[in-house]
Design a protein around this ligand. Structure first.
Ligand code: AMP
Length: 409
């Protein structure tokens, strides 16, 4: 079965086509600048030169049509006809409390996702445009939705409630949802397989450290607590996001600087974190380089960033009464040995014994970076959210086909 995975944003649409017989990626790419002048489609097939096509792509239905044209292109395509796509899986940022797991798309599911627009105004409407665009182009192909929040729906109220009047939770569903769930789910399963131990026995802290960053306490395979909150602003210090802060800073800043709420929101989401403290960049590579060249603000930003990850790991060790494994994943987590070293240096009290030469190895494989015999295993686990979306979609479509068959007999 070929599964097309789509991540639809307001002006972009990323895709990956999987052959699920061996989970290989047949092609991948993205459409950028949808609805703007000179939209760009970039298409990649392993072993071939990247294809770039500039045209006017006015909206998402047209974007999906262009992707399908490319996938079936005589020269650059990988499929004979669009009928070779048997299912489509979408990444959806916010599933609220309605979705505890991935589901096949039907009218009710679309209605529920629409109801969540308020909670994710930048993301969910754009995802819905992707679903409608696929419907318009491939009306008979089943679609599944995989939510960033679903994995965290197992959190107990002690983790997900904020200590504010409960009427706000009842009326407006103000609570912690957590994000990067697909990634935390995927890497924890990979880690258990790597360690050769049942996930149900493990206490894991998974650190997804990319442009956005979050830590999750995974107790016996289930999310127990996570650092991102009602929105992806809470928790760790990130590339451009502040992470945790005293909420009183918001009204105080509004008064002192004569800012609007929107301006403060934008400041906390786009102009804070690494870029604000370092004054250099939101990209960890550039911050580390500046630090190594003697830039003191870059050093401070790096130290704060590492310190906050360490604090969360410590907090989650306490939350779960111990940990067996710490996982690093995503752009920074997978690639920055300097950052991993700095985080782990302060965790010897937990029994983390980092092996510096293992930590320095670069690889695309899951690997252990602690010494043999370290009480806590620290692993680098490359994340693959698209693969998990493809797997969930494949499973749901197969199960549906099976139950339809049983229904008929
Ligand atoms: P992601 O959001 O997972 O795609 O991660 C993107 C971020 O990973 C970039 O903004 C970089 O800061 C970071 N990154 C990628 N490669 C490296 C590297 N070699 N060292 C440090 N950070 C890196």
């Amino acid at each position: 079965m070929n599964v097309l995975v789509i991540n639809s944003g307001s002006s972009s649409l990323k895709y990956q086509l999987y052959d699920m017989s061996n989970e290989s990626v047949l092609a991948s790419g993205r459409v950028e600048r949808i609805g703007m002048e000179s939209s760009i489609l970039t298409h990649e097939v392993e072993g071939q030169a990247e294809v770039r096509e500039v045209s006017e792509i006015l909206e998402h239905t047209m974007a999906v049509r262009k992707v399908l044209d490319m996938l079936t292109h005589r020269k650059f395509g990988v499929l004979r006809t669009i009928e070779d796509i048997q299912a489509v899986g979408h990444r959806i940022v916010h599933g609220g409390e309605s979705f505890r797991e991935s589901v096949l798309v039907d009218a009710d599911v679309k209605l529920e996702i629409r109801k969540l627009f308020d909670l994710a105004p930048l993301h969910n409407p754009a995802h819905m445009m992707g679903i409608a665009a696929v419907e318009a182009n491939l009306p008979d192909v089943p679609q599944a939705v995989v939510f960033d929040t679903a994995f965290h729906q197992t959190m107990p109220p002690t983790s997900y409630l904020y200590a504010i009047p409960t009427v706000l939770y009842r009326k407006h569903k103000i609570r912690r949802y957590g994000f990067h769930g697909t990634s935390h789910d995927y890497v924890s399963k990979q880690a258990a397989a790597f360690l050769g131990r049942p996930l149900e026995e493990l206490k894991i802290v998974s650190c997804h450290i990319g442009n956005g960053a979050s830590c999750t306490a995974i107790l016996h395979g289930k999310s127990y607590d996570t650092s991102m909150g009602m929105t992806p602003l809470e928790g760790l210090m990130m590339g451009t996001r502040s992470g945790d802060l005293d909420p009183a800073i918001v009204p105080y800043t509004i008064n002192k600087e004569d800012l609007t709420l929107n301006e403060v929101n934008s400041m906390l989401n786009k102009h804070s974190g690494l870029v604000a403290i370092s004054g250099v960049s939101s990209d960890m590579r550039e911050v580390v380089q500046a630090m190594e060249e003697g830039n003191e603000s870059a050093r401070l930003a790096f130290e704060m960033y590492a310190y906050r990850i360490r604090k969360y790991i410590g907090a989650y060790a306490a939350a779960m009464n111990g940990i067996d494994a710490i996982l690093f994943t995503a752009g920074v987590g997978e690639n920055s040995d300097v950052l991993r070293k700095r985080v782990c240096e302060g965790l010897t009290f937990l029994g983390v014994e980092l092996d510096e030469s293992r930590n320095a190895v670069r690889s695309n494989e899951t690997r252990r970076i602690t010494k043999d015999g370290s009480k806590v295993d620290v692993l680098v686990v490359p994340t693959n959210e698209e693969l998990l979306i493809a797997r969930d979609t494949y499973r749901l479509v197969q199960n549906k086909a099976l139950s339809d068959k049983v229904g008929q007999t």
